[in-house]
Design a protein around this ligand. Structure first.
Ligand code: SAH
Length: 563
């Protein structure tokens, strides 16, 4: 009789989530080898097998014992929770075998049986947080040097992976999770959704939703998996959801701009969506004859017959079919609409977005410009008035070139939206104090629209009254008596907003533009993604010889958006 080695992942812990093959293998085995807690979890499936259970740290001796018994002719099951190949026993068993010269042809038979890993079970309990590119990182530095773990967290943060942290914290390992949070905050918003699941599918299961900023306030231990969303992950009705793709919005720089969840869900921002297809005939052609075929497929599906070969179907069609089946009781018409596959030649329209203004100093739109803007926006577009002297125009179009050409014909100044430089000049008292205008225009021309780590507003006011609030912008320039005063690092948002630090007075006219260019270039080069200018200034302490100093800020509790 020859022995056999099963390496079994038994899933998160409930019998409902063990695979059939894992159950069979446990049944077939003579010996079960595993960590005591794990043996207890599957005890209900045992039928008199011999049990070799050991403590957590004796993994190597467990693996050796398993190999020894299998070679002696027994069927041995080495068990791991989740999947045995994910921080489990599978690798270790092979290492022990390799060490003693085992080969597949001549050695004892090995079968690794996959299980549902914590990233999957915890993900399911949270909603659909994984969905897109994700990674697992174990915070245990027992066998891996911390520097390497930190490097991986950094890389995952930078590349916008969804991150599942295994072994996040133990009684004695408490610093790692704090450090992980700090690293991820370099790249991700403090509001990033974070799901914390303890004992998934076991007794005392607990599921909590929090944010990257607040995650440490929750109970995190050895039975917990922490899932950190990517930049698009959102929370809806207590569920953590990572959309399958990123936004489809673009601006002048044609860069992708992340849409906020509520914006994504608008029909016009997802022109390929079910609603956009089935809804008004406005943006897209009404469902073509192709949808009748799909309707037929749906009816067949309800009788359990397939018309199209599986391979021909896209995930989109499968999803449509499932939805149509759900809606089938609403009558065949709805079903047909819901099932509509994209009409052939379907080109999803994207939302083109850009900011428009009458000029750098000019604040007055002409009636003709207003009318034309309304016309361009049409029924489906949007015109938004912002607090930054800009009107944002959003138009569903597959031809942004035509839109920008029309806007330029109208004499409007166009700017990309998002994390770019914006010059916010005053109106120079309707042009009466015109001496500064040329400088404002030059700065706009040289820097306006340049991409930055975070939006960067340069305020430019034409006299010492500074009535357009230049000192309240990231960079404030005040033209006064033929020279310039400079303010840096205002906190432009928040209840504890404050003016910029007055760093220089009387800067000569020929110096101001190159100086601003150097300041902006430094910020662009050295700031972290999403780091606001004032935070950057505070962190680096000095820019172009100007030194950051603590502004007299009132003591006030921070509030997040919506509070
Ligand atoms: N092989 C296992 C992982 C073992 S490492 C798997 O594939 O899931 C141990 C870590 O896994 C724990 O610290 C925790 O982060 C995670 N984990 C395992 N089971 C879990 C469960 N039921 N609920 C939450 N986290 C779990």
């Amino acid at each position: 009789m020859s022995g056999k080695l099963f390496v079994i992942g038994f899933g998160p812990g409930s019998f409902d989530h063990i695979t059939k093959r894992a159950r069979e293998a446990i049944e077939e085995s003579d010996v079960i080898i595993g960590y005591t807690t794990y043996v207890d979890l599957i005890r209900g499936l045992l039928t008199g097998q011999e049990i070799v259970s050991t403590g957590m740290t004796e993994e190597v001796s467990r693996a050796r014992e398993a190999v020894r018994q299998a070679e002696a002719g027994k069927k041995v099951a080495v068990i791991s929770s989740g999947d045995a190949g994910v921080y489990g026993m599978a690798g270790l068993v092979y290492e022990v075998l390799v060490e003693q010269g085992w080969t597949r042809a001549n050695g004892v038979e090995v079968e690794v049986i996959p299980g549902i890993s914590a990233i999957n079970s915890c993900g399911a309990l949270l909603g659909a947080p994984i969905m897109h590119d994700a990674c697992t990182i174990s915070l245990s530095d027992h066998l891996t040097p911390w520097e390497l773990i930190a490097k991986r967290i950094d890389a995952a943060g930078q590349a916008d992976f969804v991150v599942a942290l295994y072994n996040p914290r133990s009684g004695r390992r408490t610093r790692q999770i704090v450090e992980a949070q700090r690293i991820l905050l370099k790249y991700r918003s403090p509001d990033t959704p974070v799901g914390i699941v303890k004992s998934a599918y076991r007794e005392r299961e607990r599921i909590e939703l929090t944010t990257l900023a607040n995650m440490l306030e929750h109970d995190i231990g050895m039975l917990t998996t922490v899932i950190i969303g990517n930049s698009s992950t959102f929370v809806y009705d207590g569920l953590m959801i990572t959309p399958r793709g990123y936004q489809r919005k673009y601006t002048l720089t044609t860069d992708e701009q992340a849409l906020k969840p509520h914006q994504r869900l608008r029909v016009e921002n997802e022109p390929w969506s079910l609603e956009a297809q089935a809804g008004s005939g406005g943006v897209h052609a009404a469902p073509s004859p192709a949808s009748e075929e799909s309707a037929a497929a749906v009816l067949d599906a309800s009788t359990g017959q397939r018309e199209q070969p599986d391979a021909d179907r896209t995930p989109y069609e499968w999803a449509m079919q499932a939805l149509a089946a759900l809606h089938a009781d609403k009558g065949p018409e709805t079903a047909a609409l819901q099932a509509g596959s994209p009409p052939s030649g379907f080109v999803p329209e994207l939302i083109f977005e850009c900011a428009v203004s009458p000029g750098v100093a000019n604040k007055k739109f002409t009636p003709q410009q207003m009318l034309a803007l309304a016309e361009l926006a049409g029924e489906k577009g949007e015109i938004e008035y912002t607090p930054h002297h800009q009107i944002i125009l959003r138009v569903p179009t597959a031809d942004p070139g035509a839109v920008t050409e029309r806007l330029r014909q109208l004499g409007l100044v166009l700017m990309p939206t998002g994390d770019v430089v914006q010059v916010k000049a005053c109106d120079f008292c309707d042009g009466e104090k015109k001496d500064g205008i040329a400088y404002a225009e030059e700065i706009h021309q040289k820097l306006g629209g340049q991409e930055m780590p975070k939006e960067l507003k340069i305020g430019f006011n034409g006299c010492g009254m500074a009535c357009y609030g230049a000192v309240k912008e990231d960079i404030g320039i005040v033209f006064r008596k033929g020279k310039f005063d400079l303010f840096l690092g205002a906190k432009t948002v928040g209840r504890n907003a404050h003016a910029g630090i007055p760093v220089a007075e009387g800067i000569a006219p020929e110096e101001i533009v190159p100086l601003i260019e150097r300041i902006v270039a430094r910020y662009k080069r050295d700031a972290f993604p999403n780091e606001r200018f004032h935070k950057f200034f505070q962190r680096v302490g000095e820019i172009e010889g100007f030194v950051w100093r603590e502004p007299a800020a009132p003591k006030i509790e921070n509030a997040v958006c919506g509070d």
